[in-house]
Design a protein around this ligand. Structure first.
Ligand SMILES: Cc1cc2nc3c(=O)[nH]c(=O)nc-3n(C[C@H](O)[C@H](O)[C@H](O)COP(=O)(O)O)c2cc1C
Length: 333
């Protein structure tokens, strides 16, 4: 029987539970973009609650990027100092932490919004170099690894999606080529740094001519081949639709993905009840699950679950934390 509080290996990392606090922007930076005391307090409460792994909020490479207003930027003045303290908080609680890099637009020097089809080879090399430097910055700040967000509609997700990428060179066409920009980045990071590399990817895409579930699995295999240590799926709601008798198509897809790769896969989205999460763990091949909004509503709720052997998050998914872009809970403060 699997239980969310099982201690387990996650690639090269040791986790105290199967729960990943997934990327959630913080916003509470003070004048000059230093982290506010509330954030240190939040990390302490999350890290000491029984969580297995923490993924930071989005860090962008460019202040012009889409979510920069609400999240952090790798170049802000206090990055190394602040995040050395954050990563220390996690490590003092024996919890590893990954820094998340996500960018929506890419400025190649000529074009502030160069899309996949526009990038020259020099532009590709510039982008790759910037992501590799970002990984190095995360390592200076004490992060155990980097999570590169290649999901949702972020830049690298569009780059690997045949709907957006019609390149005719080595970076377009078949799956291997569309993933190459990311594979080459991963190879360099793995060769030059002692960093876990996690890739957040989409299960599929609703666009006609976009990414299918089979394609998503093929992408995960390419990323694994390049050296990725884990895969995290962008959210797809499963808790309400999970039924012990009938396996939802999303769980079938996840099982197929887990069969296809030899690295850990993290599943998440609308998971709120300990019993239901344990049901998912024990009726599928899923071993790791992620949560975001429940930690916004109550940073240390996992401590209650661990003590009581059961529990339901007080978050009822109103999504106001997302809509308001403040990552504070509308109902619970
Ligand atoms: C306030 C808020 C901030 C978020 N910030 C990020 C982020 O920085 N990076 C990311 O990959 N996802 C982000 N997400 C998406 C979550 O990681 C997660 O996929 C989504 O909320 C669904 O999971 P949940 O139902 O457990 O909240 C954010 C979500 C919320 C509500």
């Amino acid at each position: 029987m699997k239980d969310i509080f099982d201690e387990c290996r996650f690639g090269d990392l040791d986790l105290k539970s199967r729960i990943v606090r997934t990327g959630t922007w913080e916003t509470e930076t003070e004048e000059g973009r230093f982290l506010s005391p509330a954030i240190f307090d939040r990390y302490e409460r999350i890290a000491s609650s029984g969580v297995g792994l923490i993924v930071s909020e989005i860090f962008a490479m460019d202040y012009k990027d889409r979510f920069s207003e609400y999240s952090s930027n790798l170049d802000y003045r206090g990055f190394i100092k602040d995040y050395r303290m954050i990563t220390d908080i996690c490590h003092n609680n024996d919890v590893p932490i990954l820094g998340q890099l996500a960018f929506f637009y890419y400025d190649d020097g000529d074009n502030q919004k160069a899309e996949a089809n526009d990038l020259t080879l020099e532009g590709i090399r510039k982008l790759q170099a910037e992501v590799i430097v970002a990984a190095k910055k995360f390592s200076f700040a004490g992060f155990d690894g980097i999570q590169i967000n290649m999901g949702n509609n972020f830049y690298l997700a569009r780059f690997m999606n045949p709907y957006f990428n019609q390149r005719t060179d080595d970076y377009g066409g078949n799956t291997e080529n569309r993933v190459r920009i990311s594979s080459e980045i991963i190879k360099v990071i793995k060769k030059t740094m002692d960093m876990h590399v996690s890739c957040r990817i989409n299960p599929w895409d609703v666009r006609k001519g976009g990414m299918t579930a089979d394609e998503s699995i093929a992408i995960a295999r390419e990323l694994e081949k390049a050296g990725a240590d884990s895969i995290q799926l962008t959210a797809r709601t499963i808790s309400q639709i999970y039924d012990k008798g009938v396996k939802h198509p999303f769980l079938v897809y996840v099982d197929d993905l887990i069969d296809a790769v030899d690295i850990p896969v993290v599943l998440g989205g609308s998971l709120r009840e300990m019993a239901k999460i344990n049901d998912v763990l024990n009726n599928s091949k899923v071993e790791f699950v992620s949560m975001s909004k429940p930690f916004v509503a109550q940073a240390d709720f996992l401590a209650d679950w661990k003590r009581d052997g059961e529990g339901t998050a007080i978050c009822y998914s109103c999504n106001n934390c997302y809509s308001k872009k403040t990552s504070t809970c509308f109902k619970h403060g």
